[in-house]
Write a protein that binds this ligand. Sequence first.
Ligand SMILES: *Cc1c(COP(=O)(O)O)cnc(C)c1O
Length: 461
Amino acid sequence: MHYISTRGQAPILSFSEAMMTGLARDGGLYVPETVPQMRPDEIAALASLPYEEIAFRVMWPYLGGTFTEAEFRTLLAQAYAGFGHAARAPLVQLGPNHFLLELFHGPTLAFKDFAMQLIGQMMQAALAKSGERITIVGATSGDTGSAAIEAFRGLANVDVFILFPHGRVSDVQRRQMTTPSEANVHALAMDGDFDDCQARVKDMFNDFAFRDGVRLAGVNSINWARVLAQVVYYFSSAVSLGAPHREVSFTVPTGNFGDIFAGYIARQMGLPIAQLVIATNQNDILDRAMKSGAYAMDGVKPSISPSMDIQVSSNFERVLFDAYGRDGAAVAALMAELKAGGFKISQGALEMLRATFASGRCSEEETLATIQAQFAATGEVLCPHSAVGVKVAEEHLGAVPMITLATAHPAKFPDAVERAVGLRPGLPPRMSDLFDRDERVTRVPNDLAALQTLIRERIAR
Ligand SMILES: *Cc1c(COP(=O)(O)O)cnc(C)c1O
């Protein structure tokens, strides 16, 4: 299995190289050269298997000999052992034909744990084989960073630096990043918003001297291994509702387009998905792009669903690559235009996108109203991101069962939940002392050279 860049100018890589690299050297993202197919009987055989076994069968064709079968099974077992629910990704029913996929039972209470716990195990195993040391640098709107730190804390061959926008993550998110005491964990509070953090990380990857000097590795949602790990729960939930004999639809609260892109891959592998619905908050560039054909930036408006406060959805590039007939030069040209503010999607590409995805947006008031209404109707307490999904899903309900992804635990965003329903959701017992632990964080400027100096100094110690 080979991986190629969406901009067509970077070396072709193996799975383990693509995992270690993250961003391609031409600024593009790695995608598989061809998508492995699962036959209907192979999909049907997944029903009733444990989550880890479904993960093995879905992911194995992508790994290209990186691990032996036994090794990969061990890594999967270790990755998901720390989850607080035996099903890993349980489905609960919200209404006659509407289901909620709870992806928040991992160690940091957001769906990011599904990919991050596994990539931590896979990177550690790959580094143990090669004896190398790497530096992980990531940007976060809150949940990726906590999940990455949780996955890499204390690992022998890894330093992990996480940039988060100062003052723009929730207290629980911040504390999950700043309270681990291991020396290889570096939480950096940067002046700016998430897009600034993501831009500085991209700058570091595009500075090849720095990148090679510190052996930079990326674990943001652009990392192909993360997307792949997220494909699994589309299969596990769909087969539990009768796939492949019965179609299902999904609605996905979307920021960087990683989670919904995993759904797109599941469909390409052969999972019969009827609708794949993009749900955005008031930062609705994707919904606007789908409706108008213009992908135009207009500044991030902080919301009560902060993990979706993004306007440059990095993984959207992967679907654009397909929409433009896998023409890397065309994608590179669009991304150059984006630097100047935006681009117009060609008619052909727009038709492909509209045939592939539906979309909707949810305002701040609608988010609160949805949390309130769901609590009254079902007793389910939604986090604000999941509420964005539920609201948009309700506009797309029909004959096919709808699965909405619940991306975080309500206790991660207690202020918004309390505003909506008047009660403060509690943390699960395993992390109830989070607010008693000491914090350790470095405030940093939005300045590439200063960040590079800090990273070089820290890893030299
Ligand atoms: C990361 C995140 C999202 C957005 O996921 P993408 O893959 O970036 O689209 C939504 N909700 C929560 C809680 C998240 O942490």
